[in-house]
Design a protein around this ligand. Structure first.
Ligand code: UDP
Ligand code: MG
Length: 331
């Protein structure tokens, strides 16, 4: 097998505290892979700066001048983890045989990148990194994440449990993934739809090396909600079900109200009337809200806005300027 060109894509948002260490550790991994002839010498680390407000881009830029492995792309503004990641994947895909995505905080075990590459060399197109234990996560994050995966499975969304965006994809798998043009990106829901030969590699998830989580609770909830409504119409079905239930119940309530009227107790019906007004009103609002969520998505999709804008691209430029190999001289 020819040595594959591997690109490791790392989205970074305000990661100045951890980035130098990340670059060092990932460079070491890449160097060892090259030394063992598992990947090509053209393999690279691609850091995507997602509109950071701190020194993240300066670090990437200076490192790219002294470290041969380091290249970077600076996005024009903050577009969020998923969009930054797809930006990196799209750019890396042009010049790679396989691509690994990993977070900048090195919570994921970078040692298994080697296993990823070995699996790829054995013919796998998608290799999922799966967390073995969640000891280092807070109790809250652990239980909510677990409940989330259970819920997603119940309503029919195929996810790899305990897998975030730490994975390897072959070029052809990524080519297919990039054909999914949706704006509401939830990559870990999309990747299983691509198909091809897949496998899982288990590892222990660690604490963030430094800095703070860029996913506060609010973003996490929004992300989960996005994941559900981007892949499933279950919430709409649930509202329809509630609607049916309310109609059936109101038939009983109507019967009860009629009997009360015949018995001459009409004034006492006020309470039930008020309750049903509120109940049905509430149901309608809920339904409208959820339908509105989907319409909002359709609205965003039909606009076909670009998912990101590139300010500076060190990766592609370097690729083009790469010195030509010595021509083989023949007599
Ligand atoms: N990230 C990003 N853009 C954002 C938020 C986060 O590119 O708007 C990156 C961040 O730098 C990190 C990865 O996404 O590399 C995951 O973020 P984080 O580690 O903060 O999330 P957590 O592990 O706490 O869920
Ligand atoms: Mg993290």
């Amino acid at each position: 097998m020819n040595k594959p060109v591997l690109t490791i894509v790392v989205p970074c948002f305000n990661e100045e505290e951890v980035l130098k260490e990340t670059i060092f550790q990932l460079s070491t991994v890449l160097k060892e892979l090259m030394e063992d002839a598992l990947v090509s010498q053209d393999s690279k680390l691609l850091f995507v700066d997602d509109g950071s407000k701190d020194r993240t881009w300066e670090i990437i830029e200076t490192e790219s001048e002294i470290n041969l492995f380091v290249t970077g792309v600076k996005l024009a503004g903050n577009v969020g983890h998923q969009n930054a990641l797809i930006a990196g994947l799209e750019i890396a895909n042009q010049q790679s045989d396989c691509i690994v995505s990993i977070d900048a905080d090195l919570q994921d075990d970078i040692k298994v990148i080697r296993t990823f590459v070995e699996k790829y060399r054995e013919g796998m197109d998608i290799v999922y990194g799966v967390r073995d234990s969640r000891d280092t996560d807070t109790y809250f994050k652990r239980t909510t994440a677990l409940a989330f995966y259970r819920f997603m499975e119940k309503i029919g969304i195929k996810l790899v449990p305990n897998h975030a965006d730490f994975r390897l994809m072959s070029k052809r798998a990524l080519d297919e993934l990039l054909k999914y043009k949706e704006r509401n990106l939830f990559l870990r829901g999309l990747v299983p739809l691509v198909g091809f030969a897949t496998t899982k590699v288990y590892y222990d998830r660690k604490e963030r090396l430094a800095g703070e989580s860029k996913y506060p609770l609010k973003k996490m909830l929004a992300f989960a909600f996005d994941g559900i409504t981007s892949f499933s119409v279950a919430p709409i079905r649930f509202v329809t079900f509630l609607g049916f239930l309310a109609v059936i119940l109101s038939a009983f309530a109507g019967g009860y109200a009629l009997i009360q009227e015949m018995l001459g107790h009409t004034e006492s019906g006020w309470t039930s009337l008020i309750i049903s007004i509120w109940f049905v009103g509430g149901l309608q609002l809920m339904g409208i809200g959820i339908i509105g969520e989907y319409i909002g998505k359709i609205y965003r999709e039909v606009k076909q806005r670009p998912r990101y804008a590139i300010a500076t691209d060190l990766f592609t430029v370097k690729g083009i300027e790469k010195p030509q190999e010595e021509p083989v001289l023949s007599r």
